[in-house]
Design a protein around this ligand. Structure first.
Ligand SMILES: CCCCCCCCCC/C=C\CCCC(=O)SCCNC(=O)CCNC(=O)[C@H](O)C(C)(C)COP(=O)(O)OP(=O)(O)OC[C@H]1O[C@@H](n2cnc3c(N)ncnc32)[C@H](O)[C@@H]1OP(=O)(O)O
Ligand SMILES: Cc1cc2nc3c(=O)[nH]c(=O)nc-3n(C[C@H](O)[C@H](O)[C@H](O)COP(=O)(O)OP(=O)(O)OC[C@H]3O[C@@H](n4cnc5c(N)ncnc54)[C@H](O)[C@@H]3O)c2cc1C
Length: 551
């Protein structure tokens, strides 16, 4: 986050100075925004940067315990520089949060600079090889030039000048990293399903008839149900990430030309796609662990590490709920635009035909299911707006009515995101397979259908509300889904091999290409320090005295 922020928030002159130093690793930096007391509510941050025109410096302070920076990766012991997000004061006026480049350690001795209090925040669920840190300031001065001045400036005399065309331009790094995290979610889920599918082809358990040999667990329908949605989701996320990256690049190019019109849509999309992709990846990685039984619980399976790493992505760079609520703000505005007969931006254009007041006729083709997901998103949005308005009519303020409606708002944003993801999944497959062999097309289509059927069956309650789907349609869809799993089964190992992840990347006794699961599990077990000696010291210190009644 350090380098992208230098790229996104510095003037060209500042970039010319800081970027080569950062890229050559002459300095090492991190992004310190979150504080002990506030992470989500950026406007509530308490660290202050007060401009002093006499010395042309900013005075950095941490006025309270809760104002201490908390969480930044590498902050505790590794970095010597930080991007610090602080409330900017000049001429006695607070202008809100702004980013500053702050040297926290001496470049030669690595000692913390006087006025800087820095340390490690302690062990976490995962990420324990990263020294996430805390940071406080006591009247610590930095040069005026260290304010990142692309979007706002403080002149030598203390005059504040706003440069950016969009009020949230300083949040740009977060949008960028949210876009990247969709790809990160896809990559880590691909790792988990490679491990679990390969292992399930090796693992044999139970014999359906008393005569026969034990089945590979991958042959069980329930195992296929657990795992094939993981493969399909890894594909869906990867393809959505490609699409989102293009949307991001187009918006960035437009912003460079002075046009910020597409930023709200990008923010709404990057928010919900980050939220859903990280949440789906985390829960499906856990599902991969379930699919590997007891051995999945071993650290040597690689799955606990993957889970701990990915579940954090649901929280950092904007918590799941918070980001969905950002998308919901955009959706409610889109609803109002439909009412006013105004044109809609591309990803919400489906709403213009959606509010007919009638249930969408059910159509079980893939395109029909995507339309059903859109109808479901539109239906949920419409009910949410009704609730919101009813609460407003009862005399509540907009903020109160909004707060009481947030469960429904989250549901609408989730449904919208699922519809967008399904649509992108379809169009990206079509785009990418124009010249592919029929077999490749077939396999990709099968996985795409698994994704659609799986989510349709997960949302039957909503489909009954917003489409004309009947009990027999649901029954038929269930059978088609189960049939599809059997069609995919013969290719399952080949499909995960196609992720092309080397053993060194998977780092798993269960998922290695050679399939020598049991040999590798035993070899990993031998590395336990408890196996270094036949009798452990604890026997002499505790167990023996206890057994002899001397403890
Ligand atoms: C390089 C990465 C590679 C891949 C990764 C590999 C693994 C790497 C490991 C890295 C490990 C950890 C990194 C983690 C880093 C961090 O976590 S840094 C801290 C991140 N913090 C957050 O994300 C905080 C979340 N909070 C927010 O984003 C905002 O505060 C929030 C959106 C919640 C609200 O902001 P407010 O200022 O309060 O704004 P509002 O009043 O709600 O909204 C006003 C309008 O502004 C619009 N808005 C908000 N944000 C943006 C934005 N980013 N862009 C554009 N517009 C935005 C909002 O929609 C409102 O619009 P409206 O009024 O409705 O029109
Ligand atoms: C591994 C890891 C690495 C990180 N790295 C960095 C880093 O490098 N730099 C950095 O600056 N930060 C970093 N963070 C911090 C991270 O960005 C924040 O933890 C995250 O943004 C969530 O904010 P919070 O912790 O304040 O949660 P909170 O906002 O306190 O959330 C707690 C709960 O309250 C709910 N909630 C909060 N506000 C609302 C609301 N308005 N409406 C409804 N519900 C609400 C949330 O949904 C959540 O359920 C990291 C975090 C982790 C876990």
């Amino acid at each position: 986050m350090f380098v992208p922020t230098l790229m996104g928030q510095c003037t060209p002159e500042q970039q010319a100075y800081w970027l080569p130093r950062a890229l050559d690793m002459q300095i090492i930096g991190t992004y310190a925004q979150t504080e002990l007391g506030h992470g989500t509510f950026i406007r509530g941050l308490e660290t202050t940067a007060t401009y002093d025109p006499e010395t042309e410096t900013f005075v950095m302070n941490s006025p309270t315990l809760t104002s201490y920076k908390w969480w930044a990766g590498g902050l505790a012991k590794t970095v010597n520089y930080c991007i610090v997000v602080a409330q900017l004061y000049t001429k006695g006026v607070c202008h809100g949060t702004h980013p500053f480049i702050v040297q926290i350690r001496d470049e030669e001795t690595h000692m913390p600079r006087p006025g800087v209090k820095v340390g490690d925040i302690g062990p976490k669920l995962g990420f324990n090889t990263a020294d996430n840190g805390y940071l406080g300031f006591d009247n610590y001065r930095i040069p005026r030039d260290n304010m990142m001045m692309k979007n706002a400036q403080v002149l030598k005399d203390g005059t504040y000048v706003k440069v950016a065309r969009h009020g949230k331009a300083t949040y740009g790094t977060m949008v960028f990293v949210r876009v990247l995290l969709v790809n990160e979610a896809a990559f880590n889920l691909a790792k988990a399903c490679t491990i679990a599918v390969r292992y399930s082809a090796i693992r044999r358990q139970c014999s359906p008839d008393s005569e026969g040999s034990e089945l590979q667990v991958l042959d069980y329908s329930t195992q296929q149900h657990k795992l094939f949605i993981c493969i399909a989701t890894a594909h869906a996320l990867q393809l959505n990430s490609t699409w989102l990256w293009k949307t991001f690049s187009d918006t960035l190019a437009a912003i460079k030309q002075g046009n910020v019109d597409t930023l709200p849509e990008l923010h709404a999309l990057s928010s919900c796609l980050k939220a859903l992709s990280t949440a789906d990846a985390a829960s499906l990685i856990e599902q991969c662990r379930h699919a590997c039984g007891g051995h999945g619980y071993m650290m040597s399976s690689g799955l606990p590490y993957l889970y701990a790493f990915v579940t954090a992505t649901r929280t950092y760079e904007g918590d799941y709920t918070i980001l969905l609520l950002q998308t919901a703000r955009f959706l409610v505005k889109a609803y109002e635009q439909v009412e006013a007969g105004k044109p809609l931006t591309p990803t919400v254009s489906y709403l213009s035909q959606a509010f007919t007041g009638k249930k969408l006729p059910w159509d079980s083709s893939p395109d029909g299911i995507i339309r059903a997901f859109q109808a479901l998103a539109a239906g949920k949005l419409s009910s949410t707006v009704k609730s919101l308005r009813k609460r407003l009519e009862s005399g509540l303020s907009y903020e109160q009515a909004w707060e009481l409606s947030t469960i429904q708002l989250n549901g609408a944003a989730e449904a919208h995101c699922r519809a967008v993801m399904s649509q992108n999944y379809k169009s990206e497959i079509e785009r990418l397979t124009v010249n592919s062999s029929p077999n490749v097309k077939l396999v990709l289509q099968q996985l795409y259908k698994v994704y659609l059927y799986y989510w349709a069956l997960e949302r039957t309650g909503d489909l009954l509300l917003y489409t004309s789907i009947s009990e027999s349609d649901i029954f038929e869809l269930q059978l088609r889904y189960e049939g599809l799993l059997k069609e995919i089964r013969p290719n399952a190992v080949g499909i995960v091999d196609a992720f092309d992840l080397r053993d060194e990347v998977l780092h798993s006794a269960l998922g290695s290409y050679d399939g020598n699961v049991y040999e590798r599990l035993m070899a990993e077990a031998q590395k336990s320090p408890l196996n270094a000696e036949p009798v452990n010291q604890t026997f002499h210190t505790y167990l023996k005295p206890m057994m002899k009644g001397k403890l």
